[in-house]
Design a protein around this ligand. Structure first.
Ligand code: NAP
Length: 263
């Protein structure tokens, strides 16, 4: 919907379609990509690591995360990047323009692929302290060890104490997503000036965001990240940098809403 909207808006010929590739077939699919007729692709979970291994050239952000979500061809060979970091930051910049000045400490829930991108983005913007809280503590420890010494791993038992100090709380777990268990946390101890960013976008208004708004926190939803992460890929493939507009946002939000109601 996002890419087709931009193609129509910019009057460009082209299409964006879905391919269902099972994990056992991803390596051969990407090995034959140059001959497939496509100019590029996005890959999603669980293929981002396989896509990283398949590229001849990875941009530094993708090399750091060892995960590629956007592919294109350079002289017939696969190149790739990871646009989740860009999407996460672009939407935060748009929602809270002075967030870097206000954010001395951030708490990130989750230690999966999306959390890695979030933490990388926070480090890129020089956030001084980042606490990664994850159900499986060893995963948080691995993330901290691999990414940066500013990252402290922790378990959910430490959450209330960490919330008191944090300027930005990010949910990068899959909890709260349609079909997943709820993210059951108490925002009571959260610093009153903190912003809350939920990167889950289905449903658009997650219980975490609703609770944050009810307590007067600035709430940043996951849809903006989804829309912004699509921009660099479109530009690579079609040669024009598209804009994330209120019209596009309304279109996708309406679609997400309709899907929720149909469940
Ligand atoms: P992932 O690699 O599978 O990681 C899932 C994370 O959620 C892990 O930290 C996992 O903890 C935690 N988790 C899952 N079930 C849990 C439970 N029952 N209790 C506690 N923790 C639980 O997934 P991902 O790719 O990082 O994606 C995470 C979410 O981000 C998804 O909802 C995805 O849709 C969203 N996302 C949004 C955007 C966007 O553009 N807005 C982009 C990327 C991802 P363990 O390590 O303990 O398993």
């Amino acid at each position: 919907m996002i890419h087709r909207h931009w193609l129509a808006e910019l009057k460009l010929e082209g299409d964006y379609i879905r391919e269902d590739v099972p994990p056992g077939k991803i390596a051969s699919f990407l090995a034959g990509f140059a001959a497939s007729g496509y100019v590029g692709a996005n890959v999603t979970v669980p293929h981002k690591e396989a896509a990283f291994r398949a590229v001849v050239r990875a941009e530094p952000v993708a090399a750091a995360l060892k995960a590629v979500n956007t592919l294109w061809l350079e002289e017939g060979r696969l190149a790739g990047t990871n646009t989740d970091v860009y999407g996460f930051l672009a939407h935060l910049d748009e929602s809270l323009p002075d967030w870097t000045a206000r954010t001395k400490m951030a708490v990130v829930l989750g230690a999966g692929g999306a959390a890695r991108a979030v933490v990388y983005g926070l480090i890129e913007r020089d956030v001084g302290r980042i606490v990664v809280i994850n159900r499986t503590r060893t995963r948080a420890e691995m993330l901290a060890a691999e990414i940066d010494a500013r990252v402290t791993p922790a378990g959910f038992a430490e959450l209330p104490q960490r919330l008191r100090e944090t300027d930005l709380l990010v949910n990068a777990t899959s909890l709260g997503m349609t079909g997943q268990p709820p993210l059951d946390i108490d925002l009571g101890p959260l610093k009153p000036s903190a912003a809350v960013y939920d990167i889950v976008y289905a449903p658009l208004e997650t219980p975490l965001l609703a609770a944050a708004r009810a307590r007067g926190h600035l709430a940043v939803d996951g849809l903006g990240m989804l829309l912004h992460q699509a921009v660099p890929g479109f530009e690579r493939w079609f040669g024009v940098r598209p804009k994330v507009t209120p019209t596009l946002r309304s279109l996708v939000a309406a679609d997400l809403g309709a899907r929720e109601r149909a469940r």
